[in-house]
Design a protein around this ligand. Structure first.
Ligand SMILES: O=C(O)CCC(=O)C(=O)O
Length: 236
């Protein structure tokens, strides 16, 4: 692993969020963004799965408790997996799985956890549009009388948002990955409040209203448990 990398990434830590958020603005250039969007949209139609509120491409294999039957990543994704991994994001391992999500204006994703099949780090490159990634406290398991009686609505569990701009890299670990849920509200516009904890790092101002367009995100992760196929023998 790259010894200087953790230090290099330190300057990108978002101090006003729980541990640990790194936000790297302009991680890729406009040319790279255009290239990646071109690759996403020239993939076979059959790579897309339509879900409610978004569509996605799965690359690298389907994560499974018994192990992921690994599939070779296309070169255009492998290059970014290696680039991000060389920063030390996956403690020396190389990312081997990518989800491409496409959100049209007004679409989103329900609050969820990413679960135990991944090394507990998620890295995301955003293309095409900004979004707000919202974070929520988990539903409390406290018994009657132990809680404060407030109903556990989504609104009450909402904690903070991160503004992710196009071409940025976001790295979530620790409590932000392991404990909190994340989601994207299905909205066409975002007004930035003091709940957006990385405003200055993202070069934005409180009170600003941003209009969303179509956003494509590359969610790049490491799946530790893989079933190696014959074709992959000899790969690292
Ligand atoms: O688009 C994003 O940045 C979030 C994607 C996500 O949460 C997921 O695919 O599980």
């Amino acid at each position: 692993p790259c010894m200087s990398c953790n230090r290099d990434l330190k300057q990108f830590i978002v101090d006003d969020a729980p541990p640990t958020v790194r936000y790297v603005p302009d991680f890729i250039s406009e040319d790279e963004e255009a290239y990646l969007l071109q690759q996403v949209y020239k993939s076979p139609k059959t790579k897309w799965t339509q879900l409610s509120g978004r569509r996605l491409q799965n690359w690298g294999g389907l994560p499974h408790p018994k192990g992921m039957l690994a599939e070779k990543l296309p070169d255009w994704l492998q290059a970014y997996c290696e680039k991000i991994s060389s920063l030390g994001a996956f403690s020396g391992k190389t990312a081997n799985h990518v989800l491409v999500n496409e959100y049209k204006q007004g679409e989103g994703i329900m609050p969820h956890e990413d679960g135990p099949l991944y090394h507990p780090t998620v890295t995301t490159i955003s293309l095409g549009s900004h979004t707000l990634l919202d974070f929520y406290a988990p539903i409390s398991s406290l018994e009657d009388g132990e809680d404060d009686g407030a109903p556990q609505t989504e609104e009450n569990r909402f904690l903070l948002s991160l503004l992710v701009k196009p071409r940025s890299l976001l790295i979530l670990q620790d409590e932000m990955y392991q404990r909190l849920l994340h989601g994207i509200r299905p909205r066409s516009q975002d007004t930035l409040t003091d709940k957006v904890v990385n405003l200055s790092a993202a070069g934005a101002l409180q009170g600003e209203t941003l209009t969303r367009g179509t956003r494509v995100s590359l969610t790049i992760r490491h799946v530790p448990k893989v079933i190696k196929t014959k074709l992959l023998l000899g790969r690292k």
